[in-house]
Design a protein around this ligand. Sequence first.
Ligand code: HSE
Length: 466
Amino acid sequence: MWRRIERVGSGAIGRGGWAGRLGKKGGGSLVEELRIGVLGFGTVGTGTVRLLLTNGELLAQRTGVRFRLVRIATLDPQGDRGLDLAGIEVTDDAWKVVDGDDIDVVVEVMGGLEPAGSLVLRALRNGKPVVTANKALLAQRGEGLIAEALRSGVELGFEAAVAGAVPVIKALKESLAANRIQQVYGILNGTCNYILTEMREKGLPFATILGEAQRLGFAEADPSFDVDGIDAAHKLTILASLAFGTPLDFERVTVEGIRHISDVDIAWATEMGYRIKLLAVARRSGDEIELGVRPVLVADASMVATVEGVFNAVFIEGDFSGTTMYYGRGAGERPTASAVVADLVEIGRNRRSGARGRVPTLSILPQHLVPLPVRDSREQSGEYYIRLEVRDRPGVLAQLTEVLARFGISIDAIHQKGRSQESAVPLVMVTHETTERQVRDALVQIAALDPVSEPPRLIRIESGLA
Ligand code: HSE
């Protein structure tokens, strides 16, 4: 039976302590105003402001809300960003944003743990919803912020914190909410993916490509957050919480970056039908979960392997949905702004409808969050790629396989190139299923053998991916 409903917007004004000014705009439709304060005016801040100024009319038509930029806090208020900022206050006092009575919603795009953490906390305490792109803050201090948002009854949005424009947070919280999630994995760092792609295509070493990426502005002057896997681990922390209903806990993620990946290994991987990717994986494994970011070999024929350059991709496997894939730009002014403003849209729509706490911040009601045991990454089983540099003498293989046999490791394939009794030649082995602990223990003994001239290289082969 059809019910008569009131016109949207006529009943929700003024709820939740927000300004709720109502006006007739845009062809007579009812429009409310949401006053925005922005913390940070770098790349993402500039994109967010540009988007709100460019698409304001469209956003009003889609939400019934006019997003009015009131104040932007930055350490460089005089900087020229090529924007018309008439009517917008640009200040170096960030507290004026979070404490201002004339601000309804705070957007935090300054990054870092402090002062961002204190500012976000204060904004939430002041009853202001917050939208943030700050993955480090969420992964390391998210629990406290979420508790504060809950106490204040306001939203904490973070679509922009994981994979930029790729709508993976909303996918987990809403579109896939009916599923028990088995695994979430993907390429969450564009800088690393760009470097690995370029190393493969140009056959050049890590340091050369990193230098090039820095010159082109694809990599930060201090690239450690990216190339050491920390940025991807922050993002994985957030995805794992949403997927498995477990509290945010960055410390439990095993992290390995790409600095040690050599162009020699990339060439070998290519020859054997693989690509090397920095893969973030959160996976149910019995009663435990696996949580890791590390370089792995993925089959050329997999969809993961086709994600190249600066692009990100996330794969989510649910018990009813099967695997779905989300692909796009994970960084940059416009893609990240798209995600920031998506959260503003949600907040605006919530205000219009009078909704409060409609979607739990971590997708599950807080009382149902359960800390799940994390499996030690060394106990995870899989196949492994091993590269040794050995002097090519009779009996070398026998020595190596004897050690491997002692550790219960079975070999699937061995490749060797070149011949030289004086200088070393590469010897590449692929193991059958074994644990990382077994391989690492065996490699300690292999590294000590006389014909082995360099520390062995070990990379996991991640099979069974989409
Ligand atoms: N620096 C990140 C990347 C984007 O390269 O993907 C922001 O997290």
